[in-house]
Design a protein around this ligand. Structure first.
Ligand code: AMP
Length: 361
């Protein structure tokens, strides 16, 4: 018998209180669904738009269980939530995405093993659990390469380039001597991502592939449509669907890839995030149903919404003091301004974004 979807009036719990939780809450409220945010800081940006709040540590199992007891379903806005926190919440409420999506995404080595086992191309890699193992890896993996920590790396943090095997020791020290993965540097034309959503019944829908530009390791701009061929777009979606399916994922998932023109295979998967993603923010303005609403729909077992794009779009992150230009940006035609309500504009901090819309090409 099909499960009943969660009706309007239900409350979903979100672990994490940043801008992603804030935009999830706003999307949920449009469907008549309330949110309760669990965050580890008093000034979480999502608190301002949520019906309920809990301030607690992500390893406080008692507080997590009490929080989960107040909501109909629990989800997360970040992938590094401790497995024990998910288990504590799962004792009181269903948790989506499933634990497997987090377990694989949290560990770069598990992620690479998982993706390559699906027959999807990734950069050549080797485990580097110790300096000795790194030395062995350097004799096998083509240089130049990147040494990345297995856990807790994001926005280009936790990784160092290695141009020559003689740099093994300094690179190992630079990443703090923690378990890592060595991977060859990929020469690519562009970075693309695919935002997909998978429902509890296994249906998968895709947004159009996005082209992303990073600056200082942080996403700066996302553009749709990406300047890729139709067959590459088709292949990018196929890869995203295969990963979502193999995980048994429920909710939004973002798969980041490199495109190498004229090479085979031309798409190399870098990593995936089992959550709504910065490279999907444009869907708020250029699609009927955004990634945030579709995530809420999926975890509440609603029918998935239309992912079609009605406009071309360029999303620009407002990082640090960029946000001071809010008044000027708000006056631009065909531009939507999103501000996250963060009090302090520290360098490198995502403070908001704009989406500029253009007629569909
Ligand atoms: P990550 O932390 O894995 O998302 O990497 C951050 C950024 O570093 C990516 O968006 C790429 O721009 C770059 N990068 C990561 N891995 C590679 C690689 N194997 N080859 C080339 N560039 C990479």
């Amino acid at each position: 018998m099909p499960k009943a979807p969660l009706p309007p009036g239900s409350t979903i719990g979100i672990l994490g209180g940043g801008q992603l939780a804030r935009m999830l809450s706003v999307a949920a409220s449009r469907l008549g669904i309330e949110t309760h945010i669990y965050a580890n800081e008093d000034a979480a940006p999502a608190f301002a738009v949520a019906a309920g709040r809990t301030v607690g540590a992500y390893d406080d199992e008692k507080a997590l269980a009490a929080f989960a007891g107040k909501v109909a379903v629990v989800t997360c806005e970040f992938e590094n939530v401790p497995a024990k926190a998910l288990e504590a919440a799962a004792r009181a409420a269903p948790v989506f995405p499933p634990a497997k999506s987090f377990a694989v995404a949290q560990d770069r080595l598990a992620e690479k093993d998982f993706v390559s086992a699906l027959g999807v191309a990734i950069a050549p890699y080797a485990a580097a659990g110790s300096l000795d193992e790194l030395r062995v890896g350097l004799s096998r993996v083509k240089l130049p390469a990147l040494l990345k920590t297995r856990r807790l790396g994001y926005d280009g943090k936790g990784q160092v380039p290695i141009g020559d095997a003689s740099e093994a020791e300094s690179a190992w020290q630079a990443i703090g001597g923690v378990p890592a993965v060595l991977e060859s540097l990929v020469r690519f034309e562009r970075e693309v991502s695919v935002i997909a959503v998978r429902g509890q019944d296994g249906e998968v829908r895709f947004y159009d592939p996005v082209e992303n530009v990073h600056q200082n390791g942080i996403l700066a701009i996302s553009r749709v449509p990406a300047a890729i061929s139709q067959s590459t777009a088709f292949e990018a979606r196929r890869i995203a669907g295969a990963i979502a399916e193999a995980l048994g994922h429920v909710g939004v998932i973002a798969i980041e890839m490199f495109e190498r023109e004229g090479e085979s295979p031309n798409l190399i998967v870098n990593e995936f995030a089992p959550r709504v993603h910065n490279s999907g923010h444009w869907t708020l303005d250029a699609c009927l149903v955004s990634q945030f609403e579709n995530h809420v729909r999926a975890i509440c077992d609603w029918p998935l919404g239309d992912t079609a794009r009605h406009s071309d779009a360029v999303m620009t992150n407002l990082i640090g003091s960029d946000v001071d230009r809010w008044r000027e940006l708000a006056a631009e035609p065909a531009t939507s301004v999103h501000l996250y309500g963060k009090a302090e504009a520290r360098p490198g901090r995502k403070m908001g974004h704009t989406t500029r819309l253009y007629p569909k090409s």
